[in-house]
Write a protein that binds this ligand. Structure first.
Ligand code: THG
Length: 366
């Protein structure tokens, strides 16, 4: 079986580097190619946890809001209170529809008082944001700029970033960004990324700089054992990093996703879905994301939901799973009903490879 490539599955400025590094698997994300495997998911995992990797995450497309009403429009999109957001800050924001259902879980960057980037997960947010800005007659432009994030992740990321961007970049705190010079061009560099190993994301504007930057990072990091990498399934499950479309959909509220800490329904004035979310935040969710251990040998790929049973009662589903070399168990993320979500609860999970025991945990691994 092969994924048929065509112009619709857009390449990225870093695709030549990814291919030269011997990418072995891709997924489709925002109608673009996102690498999933280089050596093997297990070998990539070990390397990510010990060295430093360069990730082509250009699939994290930007929705740019620009104009006097940019901040107002962003607050319409999310129940997170944005009043304290300053230029130079990144905010992880649940984006919800009028019913409080999750539409996306992007990272927002405040570039200036009247300019934001929304770095989106896998759903067509641009169209929703454009329509809202237009319908509300706001003074704001909503476009997809030609910006491609490149992530530098792993314990040696600080050392590598210092070599290209200096100590000021390393001084960045978590979820802060700055503008840094490289080869006479200004780049946004943030301390962020889709792993728990620490690192940075470089927002590359245009296509010309892509491969020169990729090559410079590979050369500067040679003695650190730098390699091409990608978001790692095992590591992101261990770290409890949710994947939109997998672990949550429009059928879920942010509270069900465990993203209640990013919601301020009382003070997020103007947010769409606020009334619906107020009701559910009062009562609390009746199902929620949980970490679970799945017993036995390595489970196969979780490419559909795996029903969770307590006797004859359906109590939820597993939505992501992988064998963890470090914890010597199958690590998993699922949505579990309130009646069965306490730590230690043993359930039956129906995988493609048969039934297993799934045990609800009190938290994620990392
Ligand atoms: N970086 C950027 N854009 C992205 C992602 C990213 N867009 C798509 C996808 N990833 C969005 N999803 C997430 C999920 C989790 C986090 C970031 C993006 C994340 N969460 C931390 C947490 O939950 O603890 C930190 C949140 C916080 O403290 O504010 O980092 O990776 N550019």
């Amino acid at each position: 079986m092969e994924l048929s490539l065509s112009r619709r599955l857009r390449r990225t400025p870093f695709s030549p580097g990814v291919e030269a590094a011997g990418v072995k698997g891709y997924t489709v994300y925002n109608r673009m190619l996102l690498p999933t495997v280089f050596e093997s998911v297990e070998a990539d995992y070990r390397h990510l946890k010990t060295n430093v990797q360069i990730w082509d995450v250009a699939v994290e497309r930007q929705v740019e809001l620009r104009g006097p009403d940019a901040g107002r429009l962003l607050q319409i999109l999310t129940p997170r209170d944005l009043r304290g957001m300053l230029p130079g800050q990144c905010y992880y924001i649940p984006v919800v529809d009028e019913t409080g259902g999750m539409l996306n879980d992007p990272v927002a960057l405040k570039l200036a008082e009247d300019r934001y980037w929304i770095s989106i997960a896998d759903s067509d947010l641009l169209l929703w944001v454009k329509a809202l800005g237009h319908a509300r007659q706001l003074e704001v432009s909503v476009e997809e700029p030609d910006v491609s994030p490149l992530a530098v992740q792993g314990p040696k990321a600080d050392t590598l970033i210092a070599r290209l961007f200096g100590d000021d970049a390393v001084a960045l705190r978590f979820f802060r960004f700055g503008f840094f010079q490289w080869e006479g061009r200004e780049l946004v560099v943030a301390r962020s990324g889709y792993s728990r190993q620490g690192g940075f994301e470089i927002y590359v504007e245009g296509a010309e700089l892509g491969m020169p930057l990729w090559d410079a990072l590979m050369t500067a990091g040679a003695d650190l054992g730098v390699r091409a990498g990608c978001p790692n399934l095992i590591e992101r499950i261990e770290g409890g990093l949710l994947s939109y479309g997998n672990d949550m959909t429009r059928a879920n509220t942010p509270f069900e996703c465990g993203l209640g800490r990013f919601c301020n329904v009382e003070t997020a004035i103007g947010c769409l879905g606020r009334d619906a979310l107020m009701r559910v935040s009062m009562d609390g969710p009746i199902r929620q994301v949980r970490a679970l251990d799945i017993s036995g040998e390595p489970v196969g790929r979780c490419d559909r939901e795996w029903p969770l049973w307590a006797g004859n009662t359906r109590v939820g589903q597993i939505t992501s799973a992988a064998w963890s070399p470090d914890y010597q168990t199958n690590v998993a993320i699922g949505m579990v009903r309130l009646t069965h979500w306490d730590a230690g609860t043993e359930l039956l999970v129906e995988t493609q490879a048969g039934a297993r025991t799934a045990t609800v945990r009190g938290g994620f691994w990392i």
